[in-house]
Design a protein around this ligand. Structure first.
Ligand code: ATP
Ligand code: MG
Length: 459
């Protein structure tokens, strides 16, 4: 089958015959490629960046591929670090905290072929030609190579044609490719939603057939993929796709069986709207939004009268095992349960019904994220405007008093745009550090532990 590709490809698309040119590429990235070329190496941009420029989308990151071997790359750049064991990648730093990934063309080796030899892998085994590198990639639209020297695109798999047809076609036999790496099924669900592409029938059948293999996929990769979905701006559509492809019931069965599916989709749409406005959303808020219906079911009607700590305990008792299965860091899970449980308190109290211990509640370290989650929850519910306004006001009063006095002088209603902006970003350390400082005071919420060790067999 690979020989078929060989006869027809590559097709070279010269400058001007497509939408990519150097003006869309960061200066530092062009410089790295120019330097590689000046030493006689080939250098191309490949993957998401070229796909996204062709589709007129914002580019997240640029990936360079070259025929230079990692040690040769390292010699060319001052601030370059090699990572990975078998297949080493170069990270070329272009500023203190930003690097560009430079990878050597990969060979067409089968999974497992090189494993467990106990020897250092010979470079010739893992590095290959540009053509082999293309055939290893997942989908044709992700295997277009842009040469910044002459602004041409080299296509080894028919990606340009698929771009036009808006098809997400697998490179090679989709059953084989999904079997090789079932995470590709999840990526297919995301790309179709994010790019508004269709999955051809053959790929769809293969996805359904191989869906069960997702249970064997690496858990850390799956968690990474989950966050990617929740941040991609099309999380609602992605989850619809994953359910249709039959992969969700093996990956996140609790969600596939969620009787409040439409409520979940509404919350995901609220997240997508925020992402479209460029907002970052901390991981815990994303996870709380995804799983909230399960938490609500476990808390049940009686939650209306419970304290948030009682709700936290209920959620943990029932769902700690899910957190462990997903490999959610314990701190993250701690935040998830704390912010989700506060939704009942937010809902319960409004201008008509004040709560005792309000100042303490608002000054709690979990409050800002809890309120952000509640905003998403309220947008999905569509009927909690009075509560929202009340708590925004309280936030200003207790946490941003100077902003509060300004706001008080103006009678305009609080809108999402005038919200105090949280400075918390996903995965940022200061978030935890700040919380720790505050929590040196006597703990009110009791220690949290996930008291089961991960079941053996989870990856
Ligand atoms: P995005 O960054 O929006 O997720 P992307 O296509 O850039 O999209 P990355 O995960 O950054 O995705 O991967 C970069 C490239 O590496 C892809 O475009 C694809 O060519 C290749 N790739 C990534 N994951 C796989 C995989 N599981 N199997 C084969 N190739 C892959
Ligand atoms: Mg990418």
């Amino acid at each position: 089958m690979w020989s078929l590709f060989k006869k027809k490809y590559p097709i070279i698309f010269p400058a001007g015959s497509h939408g990519v040119s150097n003006e869309y590429v960061d200066r530092e990235v062009l410089d790295i490629m120019a330097r590689l070329r000046s030493r006689g190496f080939e250098a191309y941009l490949v993957g998401g960046s070229i796909r996204d420029i062709l589709l007129g989308k914002r580019v997240k990151d640029f990936d360079i591929v070259t025929d230079a071997h990692p040690r040769q790359i390292k010699r060319l750049f001052k601030r370059c670090f090699l990572i990975g064991k078998r297949f080493r990648l170069a990270h070329v730093y272009v500023s203190k905290d930003r690097f560009i990934e430079v990878a050597t063309f990969r060979a067409l080796v089968e999974r497992g072929e090189l494993q467990d030899t106990g020897k250092k892998y010979a470079e010739n085994n893992v590095f290959g030609t540009i053509e082999e590198d293309a055939l290893r990639r997942d989908f044709t639209i992700n295997a277009l190579y842009y040469n910044s020297a002459d602004s041409s695109i080299e296509d080894y798999t028919g990606g340009m044609e698929d771009m036009k047809k808006r098809l997400l076609r697998s490179i090679g036999d989709p059953v084989k490719r999904f079997r090789e790496d079932p995470v590709r099924i999840i990526r297919a669900g995301r790309f179709c939603a994010q790019l508004q592409f269709s999955l051809p029938r053959k790929e769809r059948r293969a996805a359904e057939k191989c869906a069960i293999l997702i249970t064997e996929a690496n858990t850390s990769r799956l968690l990474e993929e989950l966050y990617k979905i929740l941040r991609c701006g099309a999380s609602a559509a992605t989850f619809e796709n994953l359910r249709q492809f039959g992969v969700l019931k093996f990956w996140l069965p609790e969600l596939a069986e969620n009787p409040h599916w439409n409520d979940m989709i509404k919350r995901l749409s609220a997240i997508d709207n925020r992402r479209a406005r460029g907002q970052d959303i901390p991981n815990a808020i994303l996870i709380a939004s995804l799983f909230f219906d399960l938490f609500a079911d476990v808390a049940g009607e009686k939650a209306e009268k419970m304290s948030h700590q009682e709700i936290v305990n209920l959620i943990r008792a029932k769902y700690n095992n899910v957190a462990i299965r997903l490999r959610l860091p314990r701190k993250e899970w701690d935040i998830v349960t704390n912010i989700a449980s506060r939704a009942w308190v937010f809902k319960r109290f409004s201008a008509q019904r004040r709560m005792k211990g309000e100042a303490r509640f608002v000054r709690n370290a979990y409050f800002p994220e809890s309120l952000k989650f509640f905003e998403i929850f309220a947008e999905a519910e569509g009927s909690l405007e009075p509560q929202l306004k009340y708590w925004w006001q309280k936030e200003r009063e207790y946490l941003h008093p100077s902003a509060s006095s300004q706001a008080n002088s103006s009678p305009t209603a609080v809108s999402a745009n005038t919200l105090p902006q949280n400075t918390i970003h996903a995965g940022e350390k200061p978030f935890i550090a700040k919380r720790r400082r505050k929590r040196r005071r006597p703990k009110r919420t009791g220690p949290h532990t996930i008291d089961q060790s991960p079941p053996s067999g989870t990856q």
